[in-house]
Design a protein around this ligand. Structure first.
Ligand code: TMP
Length: 254
């Protein structure tokens, strides 16, 4: 059977033409990059785990009224999604000081923030994702003021919901990055959650030991990267006993 047409290849995922107009197939690779592609590697099984974790988190968010691009998971590495126009803004929500925030202000990692901080970055590998303000975003036409309001309020709701969900499995949601897209329905357009939510795009620390259970294990060469992703899936209750190999979808597509 002919392979579907590839639409786009990113660092961790590939997008293929979907079975119907307005749909795409999102394929999760095992490739990992950090520091804007300067560090590269392969985390065996990561694509399978992120596909399942992102499906689970987006489905739960959908249940509380957050619209997402997800239609359904198709198989171990692929999900059917609605085709959206990605808004070129990365939205980072932080609850605890870590990563670039710690570096920028010389603060100790692990310091709890008195209130959550939302940061906006322009999605551009060439420019190394510079931080921007709403002024840049509206002046350069990347999103309208109304779209920014929508994605900011969704980001905070997502943070509240996911913080509680992870708290329930003894993980601290330190920070995360999300992306949004424009979905056309007739002549109406609305902003929906897109891309993925997984240990690639979140910092998750064990509540008891503070052990890192996310991509920082890869960024900082801490080892046991796939094991940490697997443990997140296990705690979420979505890892079959025999591991990611058994994570079959309802059907497979060629
Ligand atoms: P940072 O501390 O490096 O700015 O990262 C904040 C959060 O955003 C962290 O959970 C990792 C995530 N992130 C991405 O998903 N993609 C990226 O390109 C970067 C820089 C961060």
């Amino acid at each position: 059977m002919a392979r579907r047409r590839q639409i786009y290849e990113g660092k961790a995922k590939v997008l293929f033409e979907g079975p119907e107009p307005g749909t795409l197939v999102q394929y999760f690779k095992d490739d990992a990059t950090a520091f804007n592609n300067k560090k590269r590697g392969v985390i065996t099984g990561k694509g399978v785990l992120n596909n399942r974790i992102s499906e689970y988190l987006m489905s739960r968010l959908n249940e509380i009224g957050i619209p997402t691009h997800l239609v359904r998971r198709l198989n171990m590495r692929e999900q059917l999604i609605r085709e959206v126009e990605i808004i070129p803004v990365e939205v980072v929500v932080r609850n605890v000081v870590a990563g670039s925030l710690a570096q920028r202000f010389g603060m100790a990692e692990g310091t709890p923030l008195p209130r959550s901080i939302v940061e906006l970055y322009y999605k551009s590998d060439e420019l190394n994702d510079p931080m921007v303000t709403e002024e840049h975003i509206t002046a350069f036409g990347w999103a309208t003021p109304q779209e920014i309001d929508e994605l900011m309020s969704m980001a905070l709701r997502i943070n509240d919901f996911l913080s509680g969900l992870f708290l329930g499995i003894e993980l601290r949601l330190v920070d995360f990055k999300i992306e949004f897209g424009r979905l056309w329905e007739g002549d109406q357009v609305r902003v929906v959650l897109a891309d993925e939510i997984s240990p690639d795009s979140c910092r998750l620390w064990d509540m008891k030991t503070n052990e890192k259970m996310d991509k920082d294990r890869f960024r900082r060469d801490l080892g046991k990267v796939a094991e940490a992703y697997q443990e997140v899936a296990r705690r979420l209750g979505i890892l079959p006993e025999s591991g990611p190999r058994d994570m079959k979808g309802p059907d497979t597509m060629q």
